[in-house]
Design a protein around this ligand. Sequence first.
Ligand SMILES: [Zn+2]
Length: 473
Amino acid sequence: MSLSQTTGSSSDARVATPTAFPDSGTFGVTERITLLSATPDAIIYYTTDGSLPTASGPIFDPYKLPVLEAINVDEKGITSIYTIKAQAMKAGMEASAVVTFTYTIDRRSKDVYFTKEIHPGIQMILDFDDTKMFLVTGSERALLIDAGLGTGDLRSFVAGLIGELPLDVVITHGHPDHIAVMGQFQHGYNVYMHHLDLPLAETFVKQMGYAIDLDRIIDIREGFVFDLGNRRLMVYEVPGHSAGSIVLFDAENGILFAGDAVGSNRPTIVDSLWMQFPGMAMIDVYLSTLQGFRSKVSGKIKEIFGGHNDLPIYGEQYLDNLQQAAQTLVDYGEDILVPSLRPADAWQVVAGNRLTDPNWAAINVAKAACLTVPADKLATLSNLQVGGATLQPGFKPSGYTFSAEVAATVTEIEITPTTTSNRYQTLTLNNKPVRSRKACSAQLEQGDNSFVIVVTSPDGSATQTYTLVVTRA
Ligand SMILES: [Zn+2]
């Protein structure tokens, strides 16, 4: 066989030439490169300095992706060109051809903003780091969601887009890539952020020197509605990524503006829901929060616009995967964690294939600090629903006593307890065994009806008791 033969019948014995994800091209921000060979179990050798790969050189590790950094020199952008050469090898087969991938990272200046109309009346504003802000223009008012990481004159940029319409500004949470220039709007406009994120914002005001007047930030809570005339956006609290994370939902059009509350999933950046830092929620608590939020908007979400994805996430499959990822960690504990692809020192749980599934989801966590108690000892409920009545207070993972009221004519209700762990040992309602997520019918007497729910952890060592009083008026 001639070494120069690359096609024809001899190619069966040759290892498939590597491909790259993303393929060669031009990008604006830091990218991570995945190398693949169609030959199973092939080893991919690669270089990033233009030299030829050799069998003694670096081997592609799917958990340590080559990083193409996007660099700024002070405020200015800069164009960087990266070359990756790769060759796949496997014992008993001819090595693949050497393939070259070339990437141009065209880093924008830090003060640049540009915009894309994603729907009539909704502009996605991007800054130098591809952080996403949204400008929603209604018939009566306009609403800016988030203030990015960039350093430019966002106020003038937005003013140029809204004409004479009055403007409000809402910040989804207190991280630097959402608050950087919110201070520009604090004179002349109302600027809202959930006050549980004030300490977070204060940290970054001190660290980054942002010109934000913390005293002028107006608190915002679940149920607040931004009425823009022909479009209404309701605030929901979805804490976890930060204590004060909120999302905004346009129920009529099925559009959810999510900030970072449910994460992002750009496959080459690589994104996830970041939950690995101190102050972020334990995943069993977040699972409950996510279930609670989803029960309020279930079936209504058509598109999700987050703080980082370039394209909308369509439908609710992504949220299903995100919830599944959280549930997997809650059920099976830290043994199922894999190394995070970004940043390198975190761990993650993944649902779906990043390379093929637009709805893949991942959650970054800190090992040994991601569950309230070890998975085998979880004896909590993550949700409790009473059919035809509203739980008071709303279900929260930290609450153990609830009440609900029904009309005098109601003689039967359905109670649906959801255990946090799918591996619970026992679940009882007034001493009778019941199943998690299944509605149980209960007869109601006139006046107060007490229900006691007891959960036992997977290993049987822990129990938790919940009390529900349903009053038939
Ligand atoms: Zn964030």
